[in-house]
Every structure is written in C-alpha cells, then in structure tokens.
Write a new protein. Sequence first.
Length: 159
Amino acid sequence: MRLLVISDSHKKSAVVDRVIRKEKSAAHIFFLGDVTDDIEDLLYEYTDRKFHIVRGNCDGFCRYPDYDIVNIEGVDILYTHGHTFGVKSSNDKLYDFAKNTGAKIALYGHTHISNIEYKDGIYLINPGSVSSPKDSFASYCVIDIDANGILPAIKKCGD
C-alpha cells in the first residue's frame, strides 16, 4: 500500500495536482495543511483515492481537525500540521503523543523542511513543502507499507 504525504502548498494547487498525478499508485493521500483549499478541489477529481486532511496554522477556521489518527494496513498513523505540537522547536511533543497513542508513524509539516526520523519504533516524517521549501528543494513523501514493513522516501517535486 502506497501513501502520499503533501504539506505546505500555500495556494499552489497546480503543484499539488501534479504530485497526485505523478504518484498514481498512492491509494491514500495525506494533506498536512497550510491552505486546505489547494486539496479540496481535487477531492472530486480523484474519487478513487482516500484523502486524510488536517488544518495548518494558515487555514484559520476550516472544518478539518488539528490532528487525526487512522489505521492503514494495521499501522496507526498520526497526522498533523505540527504547529500545535511545537515542531519548529523540537519533535519531542509529537513523539510523546505518537508513543502514547500507539502510532507507528507520525506525519507533520509546518517547518517546510523534509525529514525522516526513526525513534524507538516510531517514524517521524515531514514531507517538506511542495511550494516554498526552507531546505534545498520542494518535496513530498511516499510511504510504502507492506509485509516487509514501512518504507518512507522523500521525493523532489521536480523529479
């Protein structure tokens, strides 16, 4: 099962659409906030995909939660934008929350810096930003979950 993780598009819906088109095999799409309007129009175009959406600090009053947890292929996945967990300072609060909820994957955005960290059986994954990265390239993440385990990979938007 392939998951696609996108964050921090900031009014660049065309980039979000390109990434979704590119990752045709992704059955689940996680959008981690900062301009949820960028993904909402695409919900009706990609009806064969399951969308998981949370709001970011730039989303104001929208219908999406600050975080959620979903189970896919027997793996509990916590997903959030990250601002309510203070991820710009440290991943500690996010890690503790993931551990307390039993999540094996904690997805977050907000920093605009891609990162994959594995700590005591929990993957902490930031896909970076598809539109305004603070590291060297615009990016997203794919995660494969199968009998062999969990395999996350950061991908450049231009590749």
